[in-house]
Design a protein. Structure first.
Length: 362
């Protein structure tokens, strides 16, 4: 079963061909980072226009590099949410057109759920189903969530950020420190150069139990990063950056606060949840300090950790095609009725989405 995956939810235009939900035959990613860097963040209109320009050649290259032809493709899988509306529309429209022209099924995929799959894409990696129930941490520029994937493969958020995403916290700090965009790699680099302590600790994002945004989630599994950013701004007002050494110490203390917030919640979530592994995904999973700390957390919990290879940490289409290959996603006639869904609510069952779409079908 060869699935062509298409991803355009944010600022990467990507296409990939994956065999049987596991073997990546090609993965082409065109990143728009240089286009957005001068603006300090992703500009939606620039993103969608670039997707429009790039998507035909990215798809063509993915098929060529896989050593197959369009006729060999058995299904087309595409991200339909969450993400930027105008970016999602480009990939979804291309996928609908392609599936219709080829007479092949379309499969609609949830971007966040796909990030979990990226931890199982390395050659020789075990399959995700062997480690269910599984705990997953998805940390990117737009999302930060702790997810439990049940024995039946159904994912459910057990904890998350109540405001900014972890990547956003890195990006905003980088801007305040004048280190540019994207912030994660810049903060990591500065943190690695730090010698000695800052003598000041940034808050680790604790949430009080009576926070109304918690809903049914546990306070000790959720976190907040907006206070962290404010704390950095206040610190800088009182202590302007003196020199590179001071800057590096600030970056290290700030990175430490994010890593600790994420790792301590994962450690708590692993306690008594019966999970058989910890998987990590999203752009922030590139962070070396986070990877090292999470390895310790998994070891203490006595479970294996699955970390994506660097090329699969950020947005890519191999994770989209691979997840579709496991039987997940919105399938059948209903998929052709899917709309770009920027605020896709995580964990909505594909069958519920299918029924809703078919009920209002023209
Ligand atoms: O998953 P991704 O490529 O795109 C989204 O879906 O958001 O994640 C991008 C985010 C950015 O916020 C970027 O600063 C962050 O991932 N990031 C990192 C590192 N590399 C990228 N954060 C921390 N450390 C890194 N090494
Ligand atoms: Zn992503």
């Amino acid at each position: 079963m060869l699935i062509l995956g298409i991803e355009s939810s944010c600022d990467e235009t990507a296409a990939a061909v994956v065999r049987d939900g596991a073997e990546v035959l090609s993965s082409v990613i065109h990143t728009q980072v240089p286009l957005h860097a001068p603006h300090g963040g992703v500009v939606p209109e620039i993103a969608s226009r670039s997707h429009m320009e790039m998507i035909p050649s990215v798809i063509r290259r993915a098929v060529e590099e896989a050593g197959c032809s369009f006729a060999d493709i058995d299904a087309v899988a595409v991200t339909y949410g969450p993400g930027l509306a105008s970016s999602l529309l480009v990939g979804l429209s291309a996928a609908k057109g392609l599936a219709t022209a080829l007479g092949k099924p379309l499969i609609g995929i949830d971007h966040i759920e796909a990030h979990i799959q990226s931890a199982f894409l390395a050659p020789g990696s075990p399959r995700k189903d062997e480690f269910l129930p599984l705990l997953a941490l998805v940390v990117s520029g737009g999302h930060s969530a702790i997810i439990r994937v049940g024995r039946d493969g159904a994912p459910r958020i057990v904890g998350q950020t109540l405001d900014d995403a972890a990547g956003e916290a890195f990006d905003k700090a980088s801007q305040l420190l004048g280190l540019g965009y994207p912030g994660g790699p810049a903060i990591q680099k500065a943190a690695q150069e730090a010698h000695g302590e800052l003598g000041f600790e940034f808050p680790k994002g604790q949430i009080s139990r009576d926070n109304p945004a918690l809903g049914r989630m546990r306070a000790d599994l959720c976190f907040s990063f907006s206070g962290l950013k404010t704390s950095l701004r206040n610190y800088l007002q009182k202590n302007p950056v003196r020199d590179r050494e001071h800057l590096c110490r600030i970056a290290a203390a700030y990175q430490d606060a994010i890593v600790e917030a994420l790792a301590s919640r994962c450690a708590k979530a692993l306690k008594g949840c019966g999970c058989r592994g910890l998987a990590v995904g999203g752009g922030v999973s590139l962070n070396a300090a986070l990877r090292a700390r999470l390895k310790d957390v998994a070891e203490e919990a006595g479970v294996p950790i699955f970390l994506p290879e660097p090329r699969y940490c950020g947005d890519n289409a191999a994770m989209i095609a691979a997840l579709a290959g496991t039987g997940a996603g919105v399938r059948g006639e209903a998929a052709l009725l899917l709309d770009a869904t920027p605020n896709l609510s995580f964990g909505t069952s594909p069958s519920a989405i299918r029924e809703k779409l078919l009920a209002k079908a023209p």
